[in-house]
Design a protein around this ligand. Structure first.
Ligand code: 13P
Length: 327
């Protein structure tokens, strides 16, 4: 299947009262991991990248990887650009093959937000892809903020209706009390507001700040009209946790090699590792590919997979010839 626009996926989700997970990925392995998870769950998926990741990896690289994933997958997959207020980045993502983009002009006055969103909708409509926009300020909402200030930051249902009507935006992320990152306590979500916004607009609504929201709150928000749920921080925590464990495992392996006298202990880790790899004639690129696959399967069970990885690498060290033929 090719990458699809998220508009029809999200319209169906809103009509049938479920939400589609939209996960921020920063590496190829994270992308592979969320696609595998979606396959296993037989669920549609939205892969997202931040502007930072686009600038670091290149929109074309990300889109190419997402296309391969979508071609191989049996579930529909969309590729989305998360929070962006740079028109040129949005256009480069559309050109590269993104099937959804977010214009986030929520920090500008309402009229400017309308104008910038209109411009992006016009460009996106020309190629039939989805546009998401934001009203209110998701990122600025703190759990302990006083009510009047909080109210001023949250999306106003009447403004939402006017905004959707004037911009023709396909999906809307209204600020309703969630925040990006990990919550200090239980999130203070304004469910009544979600209900009023959902009555005022018929486009699918997007729940930002998905990490750490208790399950019953997620279900309630979805039952009220949230059709897309963004998750970034939780994945990043998992990713760095697995990375740390893998690095520790490598350090242990390297330590044991040093005891053999085969590798100098005063070399920096990376150099040491490549010395180990080269000394045994292992093609390091293939090894890291294999390592990545194992590592990200470990999202399910980090410890089991790490053991596997450790044993696999030790096998390489002991018997590189036969182990290499397994690749
Ligand atoms: P979290 O980092 O809280 O998961 O929020 C993600 C998000 O909303 C990205 O747009």
């Amino acid at each position: 299947m090719s990458l699809v626009s998220s508009t029809s996926l999200l319209q169906e989700a809103r009509a049938k009262h479920y939400a589609i997970g939209a996960f921020n990925v920063h590496t190829l392995e994270m992308l592979q991991a969320v696609v595998e998870a979606a396959e296993e769950a037989q669920s549609p998926l939205i892969i997202q990248s931040t502007v930072g990741t686009v600038k670091h990896l290149g929109a074309d690289y990300i889109a190419a990887a997402a296309r391969v994933a979508a071609d191989r997958a049996s579930v529909p997959i969309a590729l989305h650009l998360d929070h962006c207020n740079e028109f040129s980045v949005i256009i480069s993502c559309i050109r590269a093959g993104y099937t959804s983009v977010m214009i986030d002009a929520s920090h500008s006055p309402f009229e400017e937000n309308v104008a910038m969103t209109q411009k992006v909708v016009e460009a996106a409509n020309a190629v039939g892809i989805n546009v998401e926009a934001e009203l209110g300020k998701v990122g600025g909402v703190e759990d302990d903020i006083v009510v009047d200030e909080r109210d001023a930051l949250l999306a106003d249902p009447k403004e939402c209706a006017e905004f959707v009507e004037r911009t023709g935006v396909h999906t809307l992320a209204p600020a309703i009390g969630t925040a990006h990152g990990i919550y200090k306590g239980t999130p203070n979500i304004d469910f009544d507001r979600i209900g009023r916004i959902a009555e005022a607009v018929d486009v699918p609504l997007v729940l930002h700040g998905g990490s750490g929201i208790p399950e019953e709150q997620v279900k309630r928000a979805v039952s009220l009209g949230m059709a897309k749920m963004n998750v970034a921080t939780e994945l990043r925590i998992l990713f760095s946790d697995v990375h740390r464990k893998v690095s520790d495992a490598f350090a242990e392996i390297i330590d044991s090699c040093t005891r053999d006298g085969s590798v100098r202990s005063d070399l920096p880790i990376e150099e040491t590792l490549s010395t180990v790899v080269n000394a045994f004639g292992i093609f390091s690129k293939k090894l890291s590919l294999q390592r990545s696959i194992v590592m990200f399967e470990s999202i399910v069970s980090a410890d089991v997979q790490l053991d596997l990885l450790k044993r696999m690498f030790l096998d390489y060290l002991r018997n590189p010839e036969s182990a290499a033929s397994d690749l």
